[in-house]
Ligand binder design. Structure first.
Ligand SMILES: C[S@@+](CC[C@H](N)C(=O)[O-])C[C@H]1O[C@@H](n2cnc3c(N)ncnc32)[C@H](O)[C@@H]1O
Length: 342
């Protein structure tokens, strides 16, 4: 089942993203006779087979439902098993465009981690590109390799279990771009430089949470002759659009007056009640209501016009790291530099 491709009908062996709510999604590998259980009910895999991606599926009890979504790198990032910190969509999209990734790009990534970024890269560089990804944690490397193969990305991604800071990438004149999400990216920059295609310019990005790491990375990039060194921080601020009842100024004044009248009515009532208690008056409740009934507190709001309003959430999503970009300049061929110096 290819994350990089597209199909319409669900078959056994496919991955489906079960969309329960905006906050609740999970990946399912479709296997005959298995059942997906969740708080919305039971969903037999056999009933998913033959359905169209995107279709709504009702649970066995008929009480719950979910949507059967086609897997994409974007959805995978939201549901993948976290073995490490991962990159999220705001950073992924920013990095992909600043590294100029496109079909046919050959690039290096390290570490592979949970494979969140690898999935996006693979889809972007398909069908003719190549991702060389390196991970020094053996179990993570093995798990990622298995996932890439299960997701139909095995031909695009070559994963190697390797410490790139100690042993480099082992590649020369090979790639257009490099992405480093490592604790000490500066230790891998010399080897990354060798991996760039020598006769064209290339782009590197180092992803680091601390400014001290950025400082060391920038020094290493300078030492190795990279140019155009620029650092960004990419933050996303989602907007929640909802209908709100918006009061005009006149309505707001009317509402304030009504609220004050209501408060005054309650004050009067309490005053009379206390007075009666003091006087030992047991003749019953005095009628404190005026001739016209006081409108309910929210009457004005209920009558106000419903207007769509965009509100930002207080939380800022995304893994806040610094993104240091730089450009590798092509090595001038010997004969060219000689010709230029004449
Ligand atoms: C934060 S994770 C990468 C997450 C990944 N970008 C993603 O989106 O899923 C960093 C990974 O780098 C690996 N790593 C750290 N130092 C390394 C080294 N010297 N060589 C190779 N991998 C390394 C760690 O094992 C870890 O899995």
């Amino acid at each position: 089942m290819a994350f990089k491709g597209w199909k319409t009908t669900i078959e056994a062996g496919d991955h489906v993203i079960a969309y329960l709510t905006r906050e609740s999604m999970s990946a399912i590998l479709i296997k005959r006779d298995e059942v997906y259980n969740c708080r919305f009910g039971q969903f037999p895999h056999n009933d998913m087979i033959g359905k169209k991606f995107g279709q709504k599926m009702i649970s066995h009890t008929g009480k719950g439902f979910m949507y059967l979504l086609h897997p994409t790198p974007e959805l995978w990032t939201m549901v993948l098993p976290h073995r490490t910190q991962i990159l999220y969509l705001p950073d992924i999209s920013f990095i992909s465009s600043f590294l100029d990734l496109k079909p046919g790009t050959r690039m290096i990534e390290s570490g592979t981690g949970s494979g969140s970024f690898s999935h996006s890269i693979a889809r972007t560089i398909a069908p003719t590109g190549k991702l060389f990804t390196f991970e020094y944690h053996k179990e993570r490397a093995d798990r990622a390799k298995q996932e890439f193969e299960e997701h139909g990305l095995g031909d695009l991604i070559q994963i190697e279990h390797r410490d790139v800071c100690k042993n480099g990438f082992g590649l020369e004149d090979e790639v257009h771009a490099v992405f480093l999400d490592l604790p000490a990216p500066w230790e891998a920059i010399g080897s990354a430089k060798k991996a760039f295609k020598t006769r064209r310019s290339g782009k590197i990005c180092c992803f680091s949470p601390c400014i001290e790491q950025v400082t060391k990375t920038v020094s290493a990039l300078n030492e190795h002759g990279f140019v155009d060194i620029t650092m960004y921080e990419c933050l996303s601020r989602p907007h929640d659009v909802k209908g709100y009842r918006i009061l005009t100024v006149d309505d707001a004044i009317r509402q304030a007056k009504e609220k004050e009248a209501e408060r005054e009515r309650v004050r009067q009532e309490n005053f009379l009640k206390r007075k009666r208690e003091r006087d030992g008056d047991t003749t019953g409740e005095a009628d404190t209501s005026s001739g016209t009934p006081t409108p309910k507190m929210d009457t004005v709001e209920e009558q106000a016009e419903m207007v769509p309003v965009s509100k930002t959430t207080t939380e800022t999503h995304g893994h806040t790291s610094f993104l240091t970009f730089a450009t590798f300049l092509p090595v001038q061929a010997k004969d060219e530099s000689e010709a230029n110096s004449v």
